[in-house]
Design a protein around this ligand. Structure first.
Ligand SMILES: CSC[C@H]1O[C@H](OP(=O)(O)O)[C@H](O)[C@@H]1O
Ligand SMILES: Nc1ncnc2[nH]cnc12
Length: 290
């Protein structure tokens, strides 16, 4: 099998890709501990991909507890160059209604104390993050979603994803605050993934699937797990269709992405000053520069 270049991270509701063939479960060990679950390697309509259930296939891991570094490192170690993330989100705009899809192009970080870098321990690096997702991969996802013309579902290209700590949902004051910031959607997981993927020189983009109007909307009840779950099943079906189409397009025409050279000017520490143990630990991320 040729090296896997496309990774899929499935969020709440998307615990497996039904169409994945010839699957092999890979238990990857990383210097950052085990990933959320075994990585499922297989092929989607002939294209090799690797799938990971973000919260574990049994949904056992809180957003705060997610092993973000292990998840991205594991993908990198399998040769992944593009990650498509599928995520459940609340909507902060009337126009993005439940079951709609949003392909965000910005993030606001409202998490606390989450580790969102591979660096430290003798190596300093700073990546550019002004455009936190890969525009080319986002465009492929957007066009894939649009091409399916799913009944009653609007596809919103661009938008700002607020990443909150959770697990409790927002207060109304917070929800209104994020709306005053012109944010589009809210979730609990994608910001750290996007940063770490960039550090690992993996192009990353998100397909966000709206489950609720959070708690700001005067005509809708505040978000509950019951409400989210009510829409998750439909969203998971739609997400699989979009991801499948995106993988097809990506495999025919894998785009150049700035993310693939994100560390070119990012590492400040002369590599001969980096402790061997750190070089060893980050081997699969630094390999091209060592
Ligand atoms: C089940 S509602 C809250 C939960 O769903 C989203 O997860 P994911 O991004 O993995 O789909 C949200 O970020 C929260 O973690
Ligand atoms: N309203 C919401 N807030 C945060 N994460 C969510 N995931 C789904 N709906 C959400």
């Amino acid at each position: 099998m040729s090296p896997v270049k496309i990774g899929i991270i499935g969020g709440s509701g998307l615990y497996k890709m039904e169409a994945l063939k010839a699957v092999e479960e890979i238990q990857v060990d990383t210097p950052f501990g085990p990933p959320s679950d075994a990585l499922i390697q297989g092929n989607l309509d002939g294209t090799p991909v690797v799938f990971l259930a973000r919260h574990n296939r049994h949904h056992t891991i809180l957003p705060t507890e997610l092993p973000f570094r292990a998840n991205i490192y594991a993908m990198k170690s399998l040769g992944v160059e593009y990650i498509i993330s599928a995520s459940a989100v609340g909507s902060l705009k009337a126009a993005a209604k439940p079951l709609d899809m949003v392909i965000p192009d910005q993030f606001i970080d409202r998490t606390r104390n989450r580790i969102s870098t591979f660096f430290g321990e003798g190596i300093v690096a700073h990546i550019t993050f002004g455009d936190p997702v890969c525009p080319q991969l986002s465009q492929i996802i957007t066009e894939s979603a649009q091409s399916l013309q799913l009944d009653g579902i609007d596809v919103h290209a661009g938008g700002t994803y607020v990443c909150m700590e959770g697990p409790a949902f927002s207060t109304k004051a917070e929800s209104h605050l994020y709306r005053s910031w012109d944010a589009t959607i809210i979730g609990m997981t994608n910001l750290q993934e996007a940063k770490l993927a960039r550090e690992a020189e993996i192009a990353y983009a998100t397909l966000a699937l709206v489950t609720d109007y959070d708690c700001w909307h005067p005509d809708h009840d505040s978000v509950t797990v019951e409400m989210v779950i009510g829409n998750l099943h439909k969203n998971a079906e739609n997400a699989q269709k979009v991801v499948r189409e995106a993988v097809r397009r990506l495999s025919h025409n894998p785009p150049e992405s700035d993310a693939h050279n994100a560390l070119k000017y990012g590492i400040l520490t002369p590599l001969d000053q980096v402790p061997d143990a750190t070089k060893q630990k980050l081997q699969c991320i630094l390999a091209k520069y060592l």
